[in-house]
Design a protein around this ligand. Sequence first.
Ligand code: PMP
Length: 393
Amino acid sequence: MTLDYSERMGSIKASEIRELLKLTQKPEIISFAGGLPAPELFPVEIVKEMSAEVLDEMGTQALQYGPTEGFDPLREKIAKRMKKFGVDTEAKNILITSGSQQGLDFTGKIFLDKDDVVLCESPSYLGALNAFKAYQPKFIEVPTDNDGMNMDELEKILESTDNIKVIYVIPDFQNPSGRTWSVERRKRIIELANKHNLPIVEDNPYGELRFEGEMPPSIKSFDTEGRVIFLGTFSKTFCPGFRLGWTCAEYEVLNKYILIKQGADLQASTLSQMILDRFLTKYDLDEHIEKIKAVYVKRRDLMLKTMEEEFPKEVSFTRPEGGLFTWVTLPEHINARDLATKAIEKKVAFVPGGSFFPNGGNENTFRLNYSNMDEERIVIGVTRLAESIKEMI
Ligand code: PMP
């Protein structure tokens, strides 16, 4: 049977890494592939307690439909938490979404027609690229270095390209590179976006997971014209299973996201929002984040140390000050997809970097996650990976 699918489905292909990720479900595989938080840090007992309280005290309300914008007490708390990112805002500027991933999909729906241009970092988050692809845009990758997107290159592209609709960036502990933008570039991108009247989508799931140094102000904190759409999430600071994130924007812009959410799924889960809200009332999320960071920093240190000791000198990697990922660059003649096949034989998985470049290339790169494996498995996995690399070099 062949059904007549929409044209947009033509641009949606099964991700090559999906099969690889399926393999990582097997317990014997040491997986640095996904972006999964450490499950042992999920506050299961507290969630049980908060769920019981919500159902006891406001059960019928918690099981009922609620407003599209989200549960007001939770929106208020998020608006206050935006101060951490240097943003002064109010509940009316917050829409609760089903994860920040939904904010990415809505961004495509709101801004992109076929053949419109999205500017993104090179590399960029695969899940965002896939979400945008449904709207059939073209991607222009802006080169990046250790301080983030190259602003001179961005300026050149902005001056020479028609039809740019969105600039999409992940300035804090970027997925996949682990890099963080300098403050200077955060200011400069605002100047450029102002000049060209473009929206910036600032995707920030990892900024609060900083192990050392000062948290830089968000790009949105420098926004004086209301053109930055900030996407936040509780997936990495609380748990991803609740699927709760938020979009923070000027009301006029946010209203578009609200209208689209009505058509997409009416609202985020009332019950999840109420349980999370109660958690935020009775417990200190920042204290919980400190516990998460204490575990992740050790895993990062151990991964970097083992890579330093075991990887051949021709291999380079980033040194993230937080977040979940480090990014590895192999000598140019080595293809990371071939390496992934070899590594799987040794029961180690990672994501080859080529998938993070919408226009292809860069097959000698890959991403490693350090949040999901315990310390012993990190050492064993990185050592086996080093053996596979040496066999290929
Ligand atoms: N943006 C980035 C950069 C991510 O890495 C992720 C998840 N790994 C998301 C958005 C989506 O996260 P969620 O929908 O769980 O909030």
